[in-house]
Design a protein. Structure first.
Length: 185
């Protein structure tokens, strides 16, 4: 079997581990946040940061344009100057939680993406969100790590390959985004 065929087979298996009811639960949480004018914050590192940024684009433009109800959503990974200032002066594990301390309020939503589930900065962001009364969501892979345990709702892609975990996370984010984008105006 070729590498591509093997990867595809394993990816399909990984996608089959995604629990659709949990995706629906996240859609409901985000719909509630949108309808109540709450903010949604999302974070991740590396490829997960790129997925977070992509999701924000989908929600700010695709799921909000020409609609009466709009998403107030931001990726904490977008502010490179802020992230590098905290990383340099305080520590990389603080780059997301310190931003949340400026913006997050009870009832807001904090989402974190981590293949391993053990990135200290995303785990800290979720833990902080929990302490102030935010709704928290994790997207994890591998064994789920600390993030799976800390998030109130965790969507898990059961695979030990970072590429397939990231593929699965992006598909989950598209499921969520297109649920809103495909609604009738």
């Amino acid at each position: 079997m070729s590498f591509a065929a093997d990867y595809r087979t394993k990816l399909v298996h990984a996608l089959e581990t995604i629990e659709a009811p949990k995706v629906d639960e996240v859609v409901d949480l985000l719909r509630q946040a949108r309808d109540e004018g709450r903010r949604v914050f999302i974070c991740g590192n590396g490829g997960s940061a790129s997925s977070a940024n992509h999701f924000v684009c989908d929600m700010v433009k695709g799921a909000s344009y020409q609609r009466d109800k709009r998403f107030k959503i931001m990726a904490l990974s977008e502010s490179i100057p802020t992230m590098t200032a905290y990383a340099n002066d305080v520590g990389y594990e603080e780059v997301f939680v310190e931003q949340l301390k400026n913006f997050a309020e009870p009832g807001d939503v904090v989402m974190a993406i981590s293949g391993s589930g053990n990135s200290p900065n995303v785990v800290k962001a979720i833990e902080y969100g929990n302490t102030i009364g935010c709704k928290t969501i994790g997207l994890t892979g591998f064994s789920g790590g600390k993030l799976a345990k800390a998030a109130q709702v965790n969507i898990h892609v059961a695979d030990d390959h970072m590429g397939r975990c990231e593929d699965g996370h992006m598909i989950v984010l598209h499921m969520i985004g297109y649920c809103f984008m495909d609604e009738k105006l």
